[in-house]
Write a protein that binds this ligand. Structure first.
Ligand code: C2E
Ligand code: MG
Ligand code: MG
Ligand code: MG
Length: 282
């Protein structure tokens, strides 16, 4: 009986795997078509200067408006896009779209703010990355000081020497570089000092229980102090409560991003935030 039971389990397992495989294949097909069909959207989430309360940046976050499935979250399709290398054209489209939009808002007279764009491992490894970024800057006319590229620790630690030289080339274009999800990877602190970066983003997994969990509080406090001693700007991700914000303010964390201020919004809605920001500043 135990054996039968085991066999049944195996069968069930296999059928689940099949469903996943079929669904995956379908999703992959859809993903290939999604670019030409124009199904991707860029949402924007504000980044707030904790001391002044001003909006000083925004993160561009991709969304997939699937014809049948509705809005597919990046958590689902980014890993697939990574595996199939489709992340390269998708990421390029996001970069161009976000830079065009940011420039358009600046030209319309809204307070100029920085736009942060996530770079995937495959994009970062492309020998043509730097020339593509340069082309986007030139063609959209955005001033590079308003562009920030987010890299994760794993991207930068895979081949440190190569990563440093790519980061140097990127920063020589005049843009900024951030380390995203900081604390979840394996950055060596000695390398961190050598990276030409401007900002550390504290991962939201440490921020979530910052006011309840002593370990998370200690990690966040240490990351902020370390960032400051390395002269880096530090942003906390995933801030949802006033208590979390107060904790960060007391430790002089520079910026925050999270639902407390706003969820990521489509461009048309984000523009309302820019309009309020303009009013506040004038
Ligand atoms: P990320 O770069 O760390 O982006 C932050 C994520 O946290 C976003 O999820 C954002 O919606 C979410 N978030 C922001 N504030 C809060 C909060 O207060 N509470 C909670 N629970 N979550 C919050 P999203 O948009 O689903 O993106 C997930 C990940 O997908 C991103 O994490 C990034 O790694 C990746 N991603 C998104 N857009 C792109 C892109 O254009 N290119 C690449 N390569 N990756 C992207
Ligand atoms: Mg990010
Ligand atoms: Mg992050
Ligand atoms: Mg994250």
């Amino acid at each position: 009986r135990a054996k039968d039971h085991g066999r049944n389990n195996v069968q069930q397992y296999e059928s689940v795997m099949n469903v996943h495989a079929v669904e995956r294949l379908q999703l992959e097909k859809d993903l290939r078509k999604a670019i030409e069909r124009g199904e991707f959207r860029v949402y924007y989430q504000p980044q707030i200067d904790i001391e002044t309360g001003q909006m000083i940046g925004m993160e561009a976050l991709v969304r997939w408006q699937h014809p049948e499935r509705g809005m597919v979250s990046p958590g689902l399709f980014i890993p697939l896009a990574e595996e199939t290398n489709l992340i390269v054209p998708i990421g390029e489209w996001v970069m161009r779209t976000a830079c065009e939009q940011t420039k358009r808002w600046q030209d319309a007279g809204y307070p100029p703010i920085r736009v942060s764009i996530n770079l995937s491992a495959h994009q970062f490894a492309q020998p043509t990355l730097v020339s593509k970024v340069r082309a986007v800057l030139e063609e959209t006319g955005i001033e590079p000081q308003y562009v920030d590229l987010e890299l994760t620790e794993s991207i930068t630690m895979t081949n440190v020497d190569r990563a440093i030289s790519t980061m140097l080339e990127l920063s020589s274009l005049g843009l900024q570089i951030s380390i995203d999800d900081f604390g979840t990877g394996y950055s060596s602190l000695s390398y961190l000092k050598k990276f030409p970066i401007h900002t550390l983003k504290i991962d939201q997994s440490f921020v979530r229980d910052i006011t309840k969990n002593a370990d998370d509080a200690a990690i966040a406090t240490a990351v902020i102090a370390m960032a400051h001693s390395l002269n880096l700007n530090v942003i906390a991700e995933g801030v949802e409560t006033e208590e979390q914000l107060e904790f960060l303010r007391e430790r002089r964390c520079n910026e925050y991003q999270g639902y407390l201020c706003s969820r990521p919004l489509p461009a048309a809605e984000f523009e309302n935030l820019l309009a309020s920001e303009l009013q506040m500043r004038t």
